[in-house]
Design a protein around this ligand. Structure first.
Ligand code: IMP
Ligand code: MG
Length: 180
């Protein structure tokens, strides 16, 4: 799998050090509150597991499964929800975790549904990566691990056609590997 990568952008240790900082900030911001985390599957799995173990606050965890890609490297533009009902987050302080903020369509659709069907006290977004691109949705993340350029990355939860999620680091795929 390593041979399929052009470069490694963030090594395991770099990711973990940044998670220490992010977790410290979140812990500070939510101290005294009852946090409810909603992780967006599958991409945020590694991020969620490593981040939450660094947050020593009482919290509830829920997951949402959505798909916006269908195998390639370009978002399909439609966001499909894999569950009928949204988690019960009425009057709760909610933090949504996702792997990456790209066009913003996925998180916009999730926040839209949560806000229209539920009544959270607060709703914030935490992403491991944020692409510095023109977003099709006006959306900003409250917590960001790393900013990257407009390149397709895999590893540490991020996939290309469901592969590479188990790489412990994040890298850019070689051109020949992507058949876009
Ligand atoms: P958005 O809806 O365009 O913001 O895309 C968000 C979703 O697209 C993420 O949750 C990822 O699953 C996927 N995605 C966007 N960019 C990348 C990438 O560079 N590598 C892998 N997945 C990506
Ligand atoms: Mg994906």
């Amino acid at each position: 799998m390593r041979d399929d990568l052009e470069t490694i952008l963030f090594h395991e240790q770099t990711i973990h050090s940044r998670l220490d900082e992010l977790a410290a900030q979140i812990t500070e911001d939510y101290r005294g509150k009852e946090l409810t985390v909603i992780a967006v599957l599958n991409g945020s799995l590694m991020f969620m597991a490593d981040l939450l173990r660094r947050i020593p606050l009482p919290l509830k965890l829920d997951c949402l499964r959505v798909a916006s890609y269908h195998g390639g490297i370009a978002s399909s533009g439609t966001v499909t929800f894999h569950q009928l009902a949204m988690p019960d987050i009425d009057n709760r302080d909610v933090l949504i975790l996702d792997d990456i903020l790209d066009s913003g369509r996925t998180l916009d659709a999730i926040c839209g549904r949560l806000r229209s069907e539920r009544n959270p006290r607060s709703l914030r977004i935490c992403v491991l990566l944020e692409k510095k691109v023109a977003r099709s949705k006006e959306l900003t993340a409250d917590y960001v691990g790393f900013e990257i350029g407009n390149e397709f990355v895999v590893g540490y939860g991020l996939d290309y056609g469901e592969h590479y999620r188990n790489l412990p680091f994040i890298g850019v795929l070689r051109e020949g590997v992507v058949d876009a």
